[in-house]
Design a protein around this ligand. Sequence first.
Ligand SMILES: NC(=O)c1ccc[n+]([C@@H]2O[C@H](COP(=O)([O-])OP(=O)(O)OC[C@H]3O[C@@H](n4cnc5c(N)ncnc54)[C@H](OP(=O)(O)O)[C@@H]3O)[C@@H](O)[C@H]2O)c1
Length: 324
Amino acid sequence: MGMKPKPLSVALLGTGRISETQLAPALASASGLRLWSVLSRNRGRAADFARRHRARSREPGYDRLDEMLADPGLDAVLVATPDALHGDQALAAIAAGKHVFVEKPMVTSSADGRRVVEAAAAAGVTVGVAYHLRWHGGHRAMERLVRGGALGELRHMRVQWTWPAPDDSNWRAGSDVGRWWSLAGVGTHCLDMIRWFMVPGCGEVVEVRSATSNAVWGGPRDETALVALTFESGATAEFCSSVQFESPSRVEVYGDQGYVIGNHTLGPRGAGTVFTRAGMVPYVVQNPYVGELADFAAAVRNGRPPAVDAREGLRNVELLEEIK
Ligand SMILES: NC(=O)c1ccc[n+]([C@@H]2O[C@H](COP(=O)([O-])OP(=O)(O)OC[C@H]3O[C@@H](n4cnc5c(N)ncnc54)[C@H](OP(=O)(O)O)[C@@H]3O)[C@@H](O)[C@H]2O)c1
């Protein structure tokens, strides 16, 4: 009684941008977990990353996943490698009895996604997917308005998130460790926002229509994607993702009684403004990465699903696969 539960000891897989700038710092401040060990293709880089971010294991740097997973002190892994590596790494961790928190998109095929869902259920481990925007204070204020009925019945939603990539050298643009470009970078987040707001009141997505373009660099992947969705209730939604131009991001939710708009809220920080016809909606700025990790830790501890579970991660990928 009154004792703090032991924090989850978690490993980071991948030492790239999201691990360095968001996940490792968030691990240092989120309650319920701590950085334990690090996997890199290069053992020295893993050890260096582990030292800088104060990983707690005595030997925290690994270049082999099987060795890392054999550590009985390890409780969970955060998968932050390129998209097409997520599935096999998650399955290996599940097979070792570890809980898994996977960066978005969870996998790059629905077949892999089904394997993750089934393996997690059979092993009794928790799998969560890192849609951090659900932990943005402004989006949570929008969600309270929507769920509280302030907009009436939902009719439509529109999301746009774009950025200008400097060139097509990113692994998402063409290599076999990716599958989509704008859709994996930001479109999957747009889709998750739409599903989070719409599915509870409007039912499942029943139709997907889309247009994609690769006109600037002519590579194999989407540079821009436009996607239109229809839900069981007849409500509609649309999103635009692109690596070809800068725009102020938008999250727009429309009901028969009103609307709520998030302006410039999509991104790594809990920033931007939220407003309705009545004016600005105040919210408390919070680090969304701390929120998603604390939720994952609480889900493991309490044996309940995380905010985005493997089934929802799979549903997102199934819809990405329908985009032409
Ligand atoms: N939720 C968010 O806000 C957000 C934002 C950005 C990215 N992400 C997701 O996080 C994941 C990583 O993205 P990132 O932007 O951090 O990518 P990144 O900077 O390229 O880092 C990926 C890391 O994975 C490791 N890796 C292992 N095999 C690799 C390979 N064959 N090619 C390249 N890297 C390899 C590398 O670490 P070593 O060199 O140490 O092996 C690399 O640094 C992606 O799934 C992405 O969608 C999420």
